[in-house]
Ligand binder design. Structure first.
Ligand SMILES: Nc1ncnc2c1ncn2[C@@H]1O[C@H](COP(=O)(O)OP(=O)(O)OP(=O)(O)O)[C@@H](O)[C@H]1O
Ligand SMILES: [Mg+2]
Length: 468
């Protein structure tokens, strides 16, 4: 049986290739697409069963290949003669049958036979292993130099292809940061910890930043990734002067199949020895740049590189797919959902007040449907003023009664300490080592890794813990 075939190949070899393909008995050319958009549209419309794509087709990336496969289209990759990089890239993106664009008829026939007889792949095994600007008002108050990043302007205004090109640009600029001590690090698969909590700013970022800081040691590095698509703030909190978001650059590199250890360690800016940050989207409207599969590739690459990756995500877990028939469209909550899907451990943070606790109980219900990871519940800002005398007991009782959760970590309210740390662009460990909030934060850090943390410097910490 001859299968309908689509081509999307750069002009130089297009005509010659189409003629050869058309004389094959395995396929017949039904459409010669001018660009990637036409190819994807034709595949979605079910017009072709096989697609021939060239490595240098504008806009082609791993996501596009996956889309073709999702539409049950077999993909044959071609590259310019001698272009080993193009061949490697296609294979990394999961294209299994690849040949030179000037291949003779017998080679082409062989490739088509191999393709047609192979089972459709959707294993994604190619691919890579698997910024917020702080120039805003906050910076003016800071009393220490911010963590610099090379000269980067925020190229956020573009959309579509323009935006993608700008993102590529960001990758280049990030890559100018010089060598990294991570290159020498040998790790097995690290732990991915996602910090999630319901709407109402319960303290996801505060917990993520400080858990990461407690775990980070020069010989046990941690990457803190800001994947909050509603209001990224890690760069602000840590005074990272990064106009070009690290997560966008890393996602882009993952899409291109070029997210290797060296690239990732350049993109993740070091803020203190052992603590590195992949900054988030400076403008929430750039969320479409964080595609689910690329996010998972980035986290997988992080896990290959460092023992612990801590991820700050947005509050919303609704799947937009339920609201839309276009299942290939990006989803605003996709980054959070994708991170939760690959997480090893989730820290679920809720606020210690009546509204916060009610949201936490509902959130735990919702979370159960989107992750299979181990979860630890953390209740933040525990204080008598919000729920009454003996707040720790009240929080524990409420969670047992309404959520069946017996094991909960409490983080004390410390407005002055947390404010001072943010103002200085530092972590509690650096700026307020005696903060009572550190006790719960350290307990959470130790729980997610199973690692005993070195004793804090000050005894006062233990004394204050008793007060929570
Ligand atoms: N233990 C604490 N004691 C005092 N203040 C705290 C504590 N934890 C967080 N805060 C403060 O609460 C506010 C919200 O915290 P944070 O930004 O971490 O929440 P979030 O859940 O990440 O919010 P968003 O929805 O903006 O992402 C911040 O002003 C922070 O400084
Ligand atoms: Mg936040």
């Amino acid at each position: 049986m001859s299968l309908p075939l689509l081509t999307a190949v750069t002009p130089r070899y297009e005509a010659q290739l189409a003629t050869r393909l058309d004389s094959s008995r395995a396929v017949h050319v039904v459409r010669r697409c001018a660009d990637l958009a036409e190819l994807l549209g034709s595949a979605a419309a079910g017009i072709g069963r096989v697609a021939v794509v060239s490595a240098d087709l504008r806009g082609l990336d791993r996501a596009a290949i996956q889309q073709l496969k999702d539409h049950d289209v077999l993909v044959l990759g071609v590259h310019r003669p001698g272009d080993e990089g193009g061949e490697r890239m296609l294979r990394r993106w999961g294209v299994q049958v690849v040949l030179s664009a000037d291949a003779e008829q017998p080679q082409l026939e062989g490739a088509l036979t191999e393709l047609v007889s192979s089972p459709q792949h959707d294993d994604g095994q190619g691919g890579s292993a698997p910024g917020t600007s702080s120039g805003g008002p906050g910076s003016a108050f800071r009393d220490r130099p911010a963590h610099p990043a090379p000269d980067r302007a925020d190229p956020a205004d573009g959309t579509g292809q323009g935006q993608r090109d700008e993102a590529a640009d960001e990758t280049d600029r990030h890559e100018g940061e010089g060598p990294s001590s991570l290159d020498a690090l040998e790790t097995g698969r690290g732990t991915v910890v996602v910090v999630w909590g319901p709407v109402g700013s319960p303290g996801r970022t505060t917990l993520a930043v400080n858990v990461a800081a407690e775990l980070a040691e020069p010989d046990q590095p941690v990457i803190l990734a800001d994947l909050d698509t509603y209001g990224a703030s890690v760069a602000q909190v840590l005074a990272v002067l990064d106009e070009a978001p690290g997560v966008a650059a890393a996602s882009r590199a993952a899409d291109q199949g070029s997210l290797d250890r060296a690239t990732l360690s350049r993109l993740a800016i070091q803020v203190v020895p052992g603590l590195r940050v992949l900054t988030g989207m400076p403008r929430p409207d750039r969320w479409p740049e964080l595609r689910d599969h690329a996010v998972q590739d980035v986290l997988s690459a992080c896990a290959d590189l460092v023992p612990v990756t801590v991820v700050d995500v947005g509050f919303c877990l609704e799947s937009d797919e339920e609201l839309s028939f276009d299942t290939t469209a990006p989803r605003r909550n996709g980054a959070a959902l994708a991170a939760l899907e690959v997480a090893d451990h989730v820290l679920v943070v809720g606020a210690a007040d009546p509204v916060g606790l009610q949201r936490l109980v509902r959130g735990l219900d919702q979370l159960a449907g989107v992750t299979a990871a181990a979860t630890t519940v953390v209740v933040n800002r525990v204080r008598a003023e919000a729920i009454g005398k003996n707040p720790a007991r009240l929080v524990r009782e409420a969670l047992v009664r309404f959520a069946g959760v017996e094991d909960v970590i409490l983080v004390a309210e410390d407005q002055a300490g947390v404010d001072a740390a943010v103002l200085a662009g530092r972590t509690l460990r650096e700026a307020r080592p005696s903060s009572p909030a550190r006790v719960g934060v350290r307990e959470a850090a130790s729980r997610v890794t199973g690692r005993e943390l070195a004793a804090p410097r000050r005894r006062v910490l233990a004394r204050r813990a008793a007060a929570v």
